[in-house]
Design a binder for this molecule. Structure first.
Ligand code: CA
Length: 414
């Protein structure tokens, strides 16, 4: 990897190169504030602001001292991109005042990461044709796996924002109503089918007011950046509750996100043309250009005190519906999105079995055992298992990564 530009040491294969510069909220001995990941360190933007380096762009230095990114993001792209340009300058210029200034850098190893944004609303889509087809085959009709609306609408539902947690936060196995096989009546018990869903989420960077849709053309201006998103799911609870209004308690017990928000601008070198959409979409969903992104994804399961086994390798470029279409669809009825809202992609599965982004698909509804490197096997997630998702984009010259999102499933509460 070439990382000749910055004077900060960047380890080989680091996600956090000078081309990335993701934003997060971190704390050490002092209170949570905004930082930017670079190599194995964090550039403390509150400290940089105190030295006056952002004064020409952002008058209020306190914006960088806040415990969420919302007010920073709300400054708008002209300003946040100017801050980004200033950070690049400060980390690359040979006579930078940041050089050998220990007060502006904190080792990531000594920092605690916090939820990067205050999430007002969270919406989950269902935009991978491979995933939707797999689920349709398992639960409905293998010959007509996709429902008639799927190729016309980026299908989605409103998720629960309050239970979105930052990477590293454990979650208890949820309890709920499930219908045992062959039974007429449900029972109340801990879910026996806790699952992950490999997703990417994007964070809204600009509001649209109520009644004013955002076109696909203008949608990118409303996207601040992206995170890895694990939409934890309790399949047995979900299966019994989801008809006719969709997912509810089988999803709302928790979703985990990675702590670093990668600006959408950093992903520009990894744009890819999306899959052909057939039939043609309605005019408000039409878009032009390369609107998918080549982001490599993987999921690992680590049993208690055990080693990790990678169970899935996928790619964000497989998505049938892109983020611009999701945003345009979400707002086409006049619904207003607010800064900090998260829109998640839906499970990102590819064509290969090894690229399926959930245990539901990997184990084909529990009928196939997934071997782990310690000799044990899984059909769903066991107590004390840790699920880790990683995402990175890479070409011959540069690498832009998301780090990881991890979460451990603890036993159900008594
Ligand atoms: Ca999902």
């Amino acid at each position: 990897m070439t990382n000749t530009k910055t004077f900060i040491p960047i380890p080989e294969n680091s996600d956090f190169t000078i081309h990335n510069l993701p934003y997060g909220i971190f704390s050490d001995k002092r209170k949570p504030r905004i930082g930017v990941a670079i190599g194995e360190q964090i550039l403390d933007l509150a400290a940089v602001a105190r030295l006056g380096h952002f004064d020409k762009i952002v008058k209020d230095r306190k914006i960088f001292q806040q415990a969420t990114l919302n007010d920073f993001i709300a400054l708008g792209k002209v300003k946040t991109n100017a801050v980004r340009a200033q950070i690049i300058k400060l980390l690359t210029s040979p006579r930078s005042p940041m050089k050998n200034n220990k007060r502006v850098l904190v080792a990531q190893a000594n920092a605690k990461m916090h939820l990067p944004v205050r999430v007002g609303d969270y919406t989950d889509f269902y935009s991978s044709i491979e995933h939707a087809t797999n689920v349709g085959k398992m639960f409905r009709d293998p010959a007509n796996a996709l429902l008639p609306n799927w190729r016309h609408i980026p299908v989605g539902y409103h998720g629960r924002a309050s239970s979105i947690v930052v990477s590293g936060t454990p979650l208890h196995r949820p309890k709920g109503q499930v219908l045992p096989k062959g039974a007429k009546n449900p029972v109340f018990q801990p879910s026996a089918r806790v699952d992950f869903e490999l997703e990417m989420g994007f964070i809204i960077g600009k509001e649209n007011s109520l009644g004013n849709p955002v076109s696909t053309k203008k949608a990118e201006d409303h996207i601040f950046g992206m995170v890895i998103f694990n939409d934890w799911s309790a399949r047995d609870i979900q299966k019994w509750e989801y008809v006719p209004l969709g997912p509810f308690l089988g999803k709302s017990f928790g979703s985990s996100i990675s702590p670093w928000v990668v600006p959408i601008e950093a992903l520009d070198p990894f744009r890819k043309r999306g899959p052909k959409q057939d039939p043609k979409v309605l005019p408000y969903l039409k878009y032009s250009g390369k609107q998918n992104y080549d982001i490599q994804l993987e999921v690992g399961i680590t049993p208690k005190k055990g080693k990790e086994t990678i169970v899935c390798r996928s790619n964000f470029k497989f998505m049938y519906w892109n983020m611009l279409q999701q945003l345009a669809h979400h707002t086409v009825n006049g619904c207003n999105l607010r800064v900090g809202d998260i829109l998640a992609s839906g499970t990102i599965s590819g064509k290969e079995e090894s690229s399926y982004g959930s245990m539901l698909e990997l184990s084909w509804a529990g009928s196939k055992k997934i071997k782990l490197s310690d000799g044990s096997d899984r059909v769903f997630i066991k107590d004390h298992d840790t699920v880790t998702m990683r995402a990175f984009a890479e070409n011959k010259e540069i690498r832009v990564g998301f780090g990881e999102v991890t979460g451990t499933i603890l036993p159900a509460k008594k």
